[in-house]
Design a protein. Structure first.
Length: 609
C-alpha cells in the first residue's frame, strides 16, 4: 500500500486513529494557544490604557503649567494700561506709516526685554503682529529675530487671536487662544492676545510662546512606564521627544501620528504599542503626542508560555502518533487476522482459527469467530453426511428454515431401478464384496440421476428410488426420468465391459416409471424425518419396476403420453398389478429419439435391450 493510500482514512483504521488523536491534540493545543493569545491581547490593552491614562494626567498637568506661565506673561502686556496703550499705538503707527519709527521700535523692544528679564524668563518668544498676523516685532530668547523668515509660522500662531469671534444664537463664545507652533525647529506652547480698538475691532495681536523641551517628554515617558518613548509630532516630524528623531522608533511614531486606532509594531526585534493623542483636541491638525510603550517586559511571560505550549504540542503530537501507531498495530493485527481467516472461511476452509491474545473486546471477538467457524465446520460436516444420505436438493429442503412435518401435492415422476437377479448373483459372496458391488453400481446409477436433473430419494438394498420434479419443480420431469432410465442401461453396459474383463457376470437393471400427483414432504417424527414422496403413483412405479425384465424400461400410460414424441415405445397392453383393482396400461421404451436435457455429460444413447 502506498503512502497516499495509507494516509487515506477510508482505507486504514490506523490512519483514522492517527487523525483522531492528532485532531484531538491539535484542537487542545490550538485552544490553549488561542487562550494565551487572548490573554496577551488583554495584557497589551491593559498596559496601553494605563500608560495613556498616566501620560494624559502628566501632560494635562504640564499643559496647565504652561498655560499658567503664558497667562502670567500675558498679564505683563495686557494688564498694564500704559504698555497696552504703547502696543496699540505702535500697531496704529505701523498701520498708517507702513513701518515703525526707530524710536518706537527701540522703545518696544527694550520694554519687552526688560519685562522678560524682570520675570526671569530667558527662553521665550514674543511677537507683535498687525491685524493680518504679520509680525513687525519678534524677540526670541530676548534677542531680536528676523520676522520675515518666520512670518508664516507667526501668522499661524497668531491666528486664534485674530480670528473673528464666534457668535452663537444664544451666547458669545470666547475663542481658544492657546496652541502649539514649531518655530526654528523648536516646539512652543503659544498664547495669542488680540489687540482691539474702542469699537472692539481687532487691530493686531501679541503672540507669547514658551518652548517645550525634552525634559517634558522624558517626564511623560517615566510616568507612562519604564522605557516608554514619547514624541511630539508636528508638521510630520518628531519635534520634541525622548528618542533620537532619526531612529526607527521615531519614524514609526511619526507614521502613526493622527491615527485613532492603536498599533502594535515590531522594531529592531522589539514590540511596541503605539498610541496617538492630539495636542489639542479642538485643533488636532496642529500636532499629536505619540506614546510607544515597550511590550517585551509584559509579553515575555506569555511568549514563554506560548513556546512551552508549542513544544508541548509538538511532543504531544509525536506521542499521539507513536501511541496511535502502537494502538493501531495492536488493534489491526487481530483485525487482519480475522480478515484473513474470514477469507479462508469464504473459500470453504472452516478449520480457520484466530489466535486469542487478550481478554478485551478483540479477544472476545476472536473467540466468537473461532466458535462460529467451529459451528460452520460442524454444519459442513453434517451437511456432508446429509448429502451422502440424501441428495443435495433434499438436503437443501431439509436445511431450509424451520423443518416441520407435513407434505404437499406435487406433480412429478417417480423412477424405481432394481438390479435384476442380484440375490442369486451375490449368493455365497462375502458381505464386503456385496457392499462394494452395490456401491459401485449405485454410484453410477445415482450419477445418472443427478446429471439428468433428478434426485435420489433413497437406496433400498439393490434398488434405487429417484424423483424428477421434487423438491425442485421440473416442467419436463417425465422426459428426464425416461432419459435417466435409458442412460442407466448405458452405464451398466460400460460397467459390464469392465466386469467381463475381470471374468465377472454382467449386471442388468429393470426400471419402472410413473408420472402423476403424489404427496411430497417431510415424513417421520420431529426428531428424525425424511423427505420423500407417498401415494398410489409411487406404488405404481414400484410395481412397474417389479414387472420389468432385465434391461427393460416400463412406463405408465401417463408417462408415455408425455414423452411419446421423444421415444419409440411398444405397448404391452393392460396388465394387472398388485395393489391396483384395475389393469394398468403399460409401455416399454425401446429407444430415445430426442434428448430431454441436452448434453449432460453423456455421449451416447443406446437402444434398450
Amino acid at each position: 500500500m502506498d503512502v497516499r493510500s495509507w494516509l487515506d482514512p477510508r482505507n486504514s483504521f490506523r490512519s483514522k486513529l492517527i487523525y483522531a488523536l492528532l485532531g484531538t491534540v491539535g484542537a487542545l493545543v490550538g485552544l490553549a494557544l488561542l487562550v494565551v493569545r487572548a490573554e496577551t491581547a488583554q495584557q497589551v490593552r491593559v498596559v496601553t490604557e494605563r500608560a495613556i491614562q498616566q501620560s494624559e494626567v502628566a501632560f494635562a498637568e504640564a499643559e496647565d503649567f504652561q498655560r499658567y506661565q503664558l497667562s502670567s506673561l500675558a498679564t505683563a502686556f495686557t494688564g498694564s494700561i500704559r504698555r497696552f496703550a504703547q502696543i496699540e499705538a505702535a500697531i496704529e503707527e505701523r498701520a498708517q506709516a507702513g513701518t515703525l519709527s526707530a524710536e518706537t521700535d527701540s522703545f518696544l523692544v527694550n520694554d519687552v526685554i526688560y519685562e522678560l528679564q524682570a520675570r526671569q524668563i530667558p527662553q521665550s518668544l514674543v511677537a507683535l503682529t498687525d491685524a493680518a498676523g504679520e509680525p513687525f516685532v519678534l524677540l526670541i530668547d530676548n534677542d531680536r529675530a528676523e520676522s520675515t523668515a518666520l512670518a508664516a509660522r507667526i501668522r499661524r500662531a497668531a491666528r486664534p487671536a485674530l480670528a473673528p469671534p464666534a457668535v452663537g444664537a444664544d451666547a458669545y463664545v470666547e475663542p481658544e487662544h492657546f496652541g502649539y507652533a514649531l518655530i526654528r525647529d523648536v516646539l512652543y506652547a503659544t498664547e495669542s492676545i488680540p489687540i482691539t480698538d474702542d469699537y472692539g475691532e481687532v487691530r493686531g495681536g501679541v503672540v507669547l510662546a514658551l518652548p517645550i523641551d525634552t525634559a517634558l517628554a522624558g517626564r511623560l515617558g517615566r510616568l507612562s512606564g519604564s522605557g516608554t518613548a514619547v514624541c511630539f509630532v508636528v508638521e510630520s516630524r518628531c519635534a520634541v521627544g525622548n528618542v533620537d528623531p532619526s531612529s526607527p522608533i521615531a519614524a514609526a511614531m511619526v507614521a502613526q501620528a493622527g491615527r485613532t486606532d492603536g498599533s502594535m509594531r515590531e522594531i529592531d526585534d522589539q514590540r511596541w504599542s503605539m498610541v496617538s493623542e492630539p495636542l489639542l483636541a479642538e485643533r488636532p491638525e496642529e500636532g499629536a503626542r505619540l506614546l510607544a510603550i515597550p511590550l517585551e517586559p509584559w509579553l515575555a511571560p506569555f511568549d514563554r508560555v506560548t513556546r512551552a505550549l508549542l513544544l508541548a504540542g509538538v511532543a504531544a503530537l509525536a506521542l499521539a502518533i507513536a501511541v496511535s501507531v502502537r494502538l493501531s498495530r495492536g488493534l489491526t493485527r487481530p483485525v487482519h487476522a480475522l480478515v484473513d481467516a474470514t477469507s479462508r472461511v469464504a473459500h470453504g476452509d472452516y478449520q480457520a482459527r484466530v489466535e486469542v491474545r487478550s481478554r478485551d473486546e478483540m479477544g472476545r471477538l476472536a473467540g466468537a469467530f473461532n466458535e462460529m467457524t467451529h459451528g460452520l465446520l460442524l454444519k459442513e460436516q453434517y451437511r456432508g453426511v446429509l448429502d451422502k444420505v440424501v441428495s443435495p436438493e433434499i438436503a437443501d429442503e431439509l436445511l431450509k428454515g424451520e423443518v416441520v412435518l407435513g407434505g404437499e401435492n406435487r406433480e412429478l415422476t417417480t423412477l424405481f431401478a432394481d438390479i435384476t437377479g442380484f440375490t442369486a448373483l451375490t449368493e455365497g459372496m462375502e458381505p464386503q464384496r456385496v457392499i462394494a458391488l452395490i456401491n459401485e453400481c449405485m454410484e453410477r446409477l445415482g450419477r445418472v440421476v443427478e446429471k439428468t436433473g433428478g434426485v435420489v430419494d433413497k437406496y433400498v438394498g439393490d434398488q434405487v428410488m429417484a424423483l424428477f420434479g421434487a423438491p425442485a419443480a421440473l416442467e419436463d420431469h417425465a422426459a428426464r426420468a425416461v432419459e435417466a432410465a435409458l442412460r442407466m442401461n448405458d452405464e451398466l453396459t460400460d460397467l459390464n465391459e469392465q466386469r467381463a474383463a475381470r471374468g465377472e457376470p454382467p449386471l442388468r437393471v429393470s426400471t419402472g416409471i410413473h408420472s402423476g400427483i403424489v404427496v411430497a414432504g417431510n415424513m417421520g417424527s420431529s426428531s428424525r424425518l425424511n423427505y420423500t414422496v407417498l401415494g398410489a403413483g409411487v406404488n405404481l412405479a414400484a410395481r412397474l419396476c417389479t414387472l420389468a425384465g432385465p434391461g427393460e424400461v416400463l412406463v405408465s400410460d401417463e408417462t408415455y403420453r408425455t414423452v411419446r414424441n421423444r421415444v419409440r415405445a411398444t405397448s404391452l397392453g393392460e396388465r394387472p398389478l398388485k395393489g391396483f383393482s384395475n389393469p394398468v396400461q403399460v409401455w416399454r421404451i425401446d429407444e430415445q429419439v430426442a434428448l430431454a436435457v441436452g448434453h449432460s455429460g453423456f455421449t451416447r444413447s443406446k437402444r434398450a435391450s
